[in-house]
Design a protein around this ligand. Structure first.
Ligand SMILES: Nc1nc2c(ncn2[C@@H]2O[C@H](COP(=O)(O)OP(=O)(O)O)[C@@H](O)[C@H]2O)c(=O)[nH]1
Ligand SMILES: [Mg+2]
Length: 492
């Protein structure tokens, strides 16, 4: 027999659906377990004998104010595996916890008013009832469950009132929050559809920031169990968020402003622990960004916790981005083709010197090795050697040598007094460590420092006589072509 919701929970819990049922005494925990098993689990069991064994183990609910459950009870007591879908099987186990005591409940104190001691599976010795409830809840949630269900009540049945449950549920929830396991609140009520109950559900979910669902537990059917399990799945953390954007946007480098903004947005939306129920607010926060035209949740997989968002980027962003990258408005086809051709030409040239540029930057010297396409072949010549004949084939190709020369320039303005000069130095030293751009942009005698320095460098570079450049080229040619490895003197 298959069951979709149970299958999803089974996937999410890796085949172990362990529900820890916690809450105040007399909130309906045992009743919930009984109805859960009857409505949802027993119908999945085909073996009659097995069915009967589990049915016999279901907990009884207690009447009045007398506390019944004094130690956590595992239902069913033994682990069993059931098939819940195509190649999905799982173990389902509910743990009936010792209820948190309400001041008006009886049964947790002895007649003389002393604490009633109870036996727990976690300690050799008996411990007071109230302590058993706190420790039991903690242990059950920590080690024996992957989903917590806090059962509380509006006071519409039994002998306790809403105010009795209120204080106790706060303690239980506080405990669960610190344990950091997915949990939901089940508001047990005779009137799950009443306006008052709806208001209470709303206020509880606001107060505790967790899913709250109102159910008449004693009459709960399979559909309601499904709703509870779906809500519980919503409380699991999102395991993975896939964010699909158009390929051209994905390929943008991170320094393009739109991409940087996108990265920031993704970081702020996805950081922290997000629960499955937060996916709509994640979508809304993505949609609030003007980069995207449309943000859709294209897939939610409660079983694996994987959520996929699909983001359409606004068409105008494409034009802005190409302008930012190229500095040229290429929003029409003609200018795009022009640019493309120019770029291809530039790339072909650059490709040749790319390795040389890399080593130039690294060691100050770069060599671009010519390829066959650069070679010029002379006409073959007849040659004669020792009375025999042969041919001579000669090719020439440009090898480009790049040399990095670090050119120095200095600027020594005379400011006035020693104090004035010292003050300027101190000011600049501060900027030197914090914002060196400021120094470059500072004006000295009406000119920007960067302009002054660039002019200084240019003057030096242009000052090299052109015949020196020519001689340098000649000498290098000789070294390479004549194979002379020694140092050459350049006579200027
Ligand atoms: N009318 C009504 N009574 C309920 C409901 N849930 C529990 N009860 C009753 O409340 C009492 C306590 O329920 P129980 O499941 O034993 O609470 P536990 O102490 O939390 O395990 C029993 O008398 C139940 O019959 C409910 O949804 N509707
Ligand atoms: Mg009980």
């Amino acid at each position: 027999m298959s069951d979709n919701v149970i299958s999803e929970v089974a996937l999410r819990t890796k085949g172990e659906i362990y529900l820890g049922i916690v809450g105040a005494v007399r909130s309906g925990k045992s009743t919930f377990i009984r109805r859960f098993m009857e409505a949802k689990v027993l119908p999945l069991i085909e073996d009659q004998e097995f069915y009967q064994k589990i049915a016999d183990e279901l907990p009884l609910s207690g009447d009045g104010k007398m506390v019944m459950t004094v130690e956590p009870k595992f239902v069913p007591s033994n682990n069993f595996k059931i098939e819940v879908g195509e190649s999905v099987s799982c173990q389902i186990r509910l743990v009936d916890c010792v209820g948190f005591v309400m001041p008006k409940a009886s049964g947790y104190l002895n007649e003389d008013g002393s604490n009633r001691l109870v036996k727990t599976p976690w300690f050799q010795e008996e411990i007071p009832f109230e302590e058993a409830a706190i420790i039991g809840t903690k242990k059950v949630i920590e080690s024996h469950s992957n989903i917590g269900i806090v059962v509380t009540s509006d006071g519409s049945f039994g002998e306790f009132e809403r105010s009795d449950y209120e204080e106790v549920e706060a303690k239980v929830i506080e405990e669960l929050v610190t344990l950091n396991k997915p949990f939901i609140i089940l508001l047990n009520t005779k009137n799950p559809n009443s306006l008052e109950v709806n208001e209470l559900v709303e206020s509880l979910s606001q107060k505790y920031n967790v899913s709250v669902i109102a159910v008449d537990v004693a009459n709960m059917d399979a559909n309601e169990v499904d709703k509870i399990l779906e809500k519980a799945l919503d409380e699991f953390e999102i395991a993975e968020m896939n964010i699909l954007v158009p390929d051209w946007f994905k390929n943008l480098s991170d320094n393009v402003s739109y991409k940087a903004r996108f990265n920031e947005l993704i970081d702020s939306t996805t950081n922290g622990n997000r629960k499955m129920r937060d996916i709509f607010s994640v979508r809304d926060s993505l949609a609030s960004c003007d980069i995207f035209e449309n943000v859709a949740i294209s897939d939610i997989n409660p079983g694996t916790g994987v959520v996929t968002f699909e983001l359409d980027v606004d068409e105008s962003v494409y034009n802005d981005v190409t302008l930012e990258i190229t500095g040229i408005d290429i929003s029409d086809k003609a200018s795009f083709i022009d640019l493309l051709q120019e770029m291809v030409e530039a790339k072909t040239h650059y490709q040749k010197i790319k390795p040389a540029m890399a080593s130039l930057n690294e060691v100050g010297y770069g060599l671009a090795i010519p390829s066959q396409a650069d070679m010029v072949l002379d006409k073959p010549e007849l040659i004669k050697q020792n009375g025999r004949y042969g041919i001579k084939l000669k090719a020439t190709a440009p090898a480009i040598h790049m040399v990095r020369v670090d050119v120095e320039t200095t600027f020594e303005p005379i400011i006035g007094t020693e104090e004035q000069s010292q003050a300027l130095i101190n000011h600049m030293n501060n900027q030197f460590d914090s914002d060196i751009e400021e120094i470059w942009n500072s004006e000295i005698f009406g000119r920007k420092l960067s302009d002054v320095m660039v002019d200084g460098i240019k003057a030096k570079v242009y000052n090299v006589p052109s015949d020196v450049e020519f001689k340098y080229k000649e000498s290098l040619s000789k070294v390479i072509n004549d194979g002379r490895g020694g140092v050459i003197a350049i006579i200027l």
